[in-house]
Write a protein that binds this ligand. Structure first.
Ligand SMILES: Cc1cc2nc3c(=O)[nH]c(=O)nc-3n(C[C@H](O)[C@H](O)[C@H](O)COP(=O)(O)OP(=O)(O)OC[C@H]3O[C@@H](n4cnc5c(N)ncnc54)[C@H](O)[C@@H]3O)c2cc1C
Length: 393
């Protein structure tokens, strides 16, 4: 892997940087906007702005609205948008999870139907995998779909579905053959969230936001052809989804970490309310240096996974390493930011340092080691599928 931009990539980076300087709305980065009641419209407008400027779907096929560029351009995009503090997308699931899975498994008609409105942000997606009785044990999904003429009839419940309250479509893992083995009995449906019988109930998170939801399905009719792969392929299709959930976005994760790391360094240089400057303390400098080294390791691991993507088109199980390292680093970093505030670190809201920015970040970071596979599950995957160690069970 050559770590430098090619001449074309360097031009792309420079143009993007200028474009971001002129177009990023101020004060709308992920966390500053946490309290912004109009966050959804900010994010929606940002999706549109990116799409109109040709920055949506950089690596996606041109015939479905993408730009047909190499994955390195997507990595540059993630680095530059994070550095510019651009708003997050409310179609994160669509762009990083559903879209790549439809590209990998969808037929032409499905790609034509679903990819363009997904890229433009006109149709938001959610992911219906986890259930009350099966999160880590995804293959234990019990929501069932039974074929009835030209429709699947879906009954069951999903939980923790991010953005389901905004979504028009859901990638849904269902059991279609209860007599088959656990993994072989699953199928992967594309479900219209406006169908009769779909009920979404938002759940409140630790941060106070309602970003994820329960979804109840009662006799929901889904057209027979709204399936990715064949009936019984659900587990294989879901593995593609999870590789992208943990892998495609890895440059974005590293870029967010770097952004928080530079903010942490700014914070350490500010005189605290007790009159001291945290960066004067060698133990704090040591802890920050430790985080900087972790970030560099993550960055170079990403380059290695980029080489896998360039060779195979897919991130592979190694993507679990990035997701694990990033989520744990972000928790340590936000905890460190609170601890260097001393007693002020226990305040929240407008009374807190930086209006509670770090308090919000730390609470939100708790979910990072759970969503997209818990740290324990990722360690199992790394042991068994990357390091080829004996299976735990
Ligand atoms: C912010 C957030 C957003 C999310 N968004 C979505 C979404 O959009 N769509 C979706 O489908 N899901 C989503 N999830 C759900 C997430 O994928 C699950 O919470 C996760 O897979 C864990 O499942 P669980 O909650 O059922 O916990 P469990 O599977 O019950 O695990 C409980 C504990 O046991 C441990 N454990 C379980 N099995 C093993 C094992 N074999 N070896 C070692 N330890 C084990 C786990 O690590 C965990 O600590 C989201 C979760 C969060 C926090």
């Amino acid at each position: 892997m050559d770590f430098r931009d090619t001449p074309d990539e360097a031009v792309f980076r420079a143009e993007l940087r200028t474009w971001l300087t002129n177009n990023v709305p101020t004060g709308t980065g992920t966390s500053e906007a946490a309290a912004d009641t109009d966050l959804e419209s900010v994010r929606h407008n940002w999706n549109r702005t990116l799409h109109e400027a040709g920055y949506a779907g950089l690596t996606w096929p041109r015939e479905y609205g993408g730009q047909g560029l190499a994955p390195t351009y997507q990595a540059i995009f993630h680095e530059e948008t994070a550095a510019a503090d651009a708003p997050a997308s409310n179609n994160y699931v669509g762009l990083n999870i559903a879209g790549p899975t439809i590209i990998a498994w969808g037929n032409d008609e499905q790609k034509r139907r679903f990819l363009p409105p997904l890229l433009s942000g006109d149709e938001i997606w959610c992911q219906g995998f986890s259930e009350p009785g099966s999160g880590s044990d995804l293959a234990g999904a019990r929501t069932k779909a039974v074929l009835d003429g030209s429709s699947w009839i879906v009954n069951g419940q999903k939980v923790w579905s991010s953005f389901a309250h905004l979504a028009r479509w859901c990638v849904l893992l269902v059991r279609t053959d209860p007599s088959a083995s656990k993994h072989a009995g699953l199928s992967y449906l594309l479900v219209d969230m406006h169908s009769p019988g779909v009920e979404v109930r938002p759940l409140r998170q630790l941060t106070g936001e309602s970003e994820f939801n329960e979804i109840f399905f009662t006799d929901v009719r889904v057209p027979r052809e709204s399936i990715l792969g064949a009936p019984g392929d659900g587990w294989k299709v879901a593995m593609t989804t999870l590789e992208h959930e943990r892998g495609t976005a890895s440059f974005a994760l590293a870029a967010w970490l770097q952004r928080n790391l530079s903010r942490l360094i700014d914070l350490a240089h500010e005189r605290g309310r007790d009159g001291t400057i945290p960066a004067d303390d060698p133990l704090i400098r040591d802890a920050i240096a430790h985080e900087w080294v972790s970030y560099q390791a993550l960055r170079f691991t990403n380059y290695r996974s980029m080489t896998t993507i360039l060779k195979t088109g897919s991130p592979g199980p190694e993507s679990s390493v990035t997701k694990l390292a990033w989520s744990e680093a972000n928790q340590r970093l936000t905890k460190l930011a609170r601890s260097i505030q001393g007693a002020d670190g226990s305040l929240d809201g407008p009374d807190a340092v930086w209006d509670g920015f770090w308090q919000y970040e730390q609470l939100r970071s708790r979910g990072n080691t759970i969503e997209g596979g818990t740290s324990e599950i990722l360690r199992n995957i790394i042991a068994e599928r990357v390091l080829d160690l004996p299976r735990s069970r």
